[in-house]
Ligand binder design. Structure first.
Ligand code: G4P
Length: 286
């Protein structure tokens, strides 16, 4: 398991993250922003739009293997309409990386053309990866860079600088991703990030998160809970959770259903994709 975020972003953190991002962004042509395809709004911090103005932009809708494919299309259209280049992705797979390279060139076409007119040849496009914690930044960099990539910069005798990963003649990637801070001030955002597992179970009320998931599923993905746990989707949300505990034989010592363990079970199974391909937000929710 990678280190998951605890909610410990405080203003000092954000100011520092923002300042570092501002410095790094000066060095690059293209911002590759990862967002989670299951929560494209909640896993995004729009501050990046301000920080990255005048840069080429690419959005990667990551973890799309876990997302609802119909909503994935809606989200792709939503971001494309806002002027972003968009690619849907499973960062763990090397498969889609070639097409990302092509999209990067497309997104930076104007810069390449500008260089050409000025007589600058073969200057690689420089890019950086940004996103909130746990969205898949390191996984993406590993898949994208692969073994072939060589690191540049920080050579002995050379002024200490940034580490760049040279992907090929055309693209260089800053090796440390920029970390964006989630918009925790919005309760709903915190709740959705908790559902997908971006916030550690220990720092929040697991029962509350599970109940919120039950409530969402029975209204938006009716039949999902019945299919997985053979429970009726009627009554109160907590009754459904109790029924899940009973059907799965998750019992306390005295034989009573173990509500807390059932809450963890349903969250784990949702995060693993065992409840199916599910997206928690639609563009209209905005
Ligand atoms: P970060 O740098 O942005 O913080 O994220 P990182 O790459 O560490 O990825 C966080 C977790 O998300 C990792 O799982 C990683 O395997 C998983 N992940 C990244 N991209 C995808 C994707 O496209 N689809 C799916 N399903 N998962 C993805 P982990 O918690 O380290 O362990 P595990 O869950 O893989 O066992």
């Amino acid at each position: 398991m990678s280190e998951q975020v605890t909610i410990n972003w405080y203003p000092g953190h954000m100011t520092k993250a923002r300042r570092m991002m501002q410095e790094d962004i000066k060095l690059i042509d293209l911002v590759i922003e990862l967002i989670d395809a299951r929560v494209p709004l909640s896993s995004r911090n729009p501050d990046i739009d301000d920080l990255a103005k005048n840069k080429s932009r690419l959005i990667l809708l990551n973890k799309s293997d876990l997302a609802d494919k119909r909503k994935l299309k809606l989200w792709t259209a939503y971001f494309e309409e806002k002027g972003f280049f968009v690619v849907t992705l499973d960062a763990r797979s090397r498969g889609g990386m070639k097409s990302i390279q092509n999209v990067i060139m497309e997104a930076c076409k104007e810069k390449i053309e500008r260089d050409r007119k000025r007589g600058i040849k073969n200057r690689p496009v420089r890019a950086m990866v940004v996103g909130i914690p746990n969205v898949g930044k390191s996984t993406f960099i590993n898949s994208f860079a692969g073994k072939a990539a060589t690191k540049t910069g920080n050579k002995p005798g050379v002024t200490k600088g940034k580490q760049w990963i040279r992907l090929n003649k055309q693209v260089e990637l800053l090796d440390t991703p920029g970390i964006l801070w989630p918009k925790f001030e919005d309760q709903q955002v915190g709740m959705k990030l908790a559902m997908i597992g971006s916030i550690r179970n220990e720092v929040l009320n697991v029962d509350e998160v599970a109940l919120s998931l039950v409530s969402f599923l029975r209204t938006q993905y009716a039949g999902t809970l019945t299919q997985r746990y053979q429970v009726e989707e009627t009554g109160e949300n907590y009754e459904i959770l109790m029924a899940i505990a009973k059907n799965r034989n998750i019992l306390k010592k005295g034989g009573e259903p173990d509500y807390d363990k059932a809450a963890i079970l349903i969250l784990d199974e949702f995060r693993d994709g065992k409840l199916g391909e599910i997206t928690l937000e639609e563009p209209e929710d905005k």
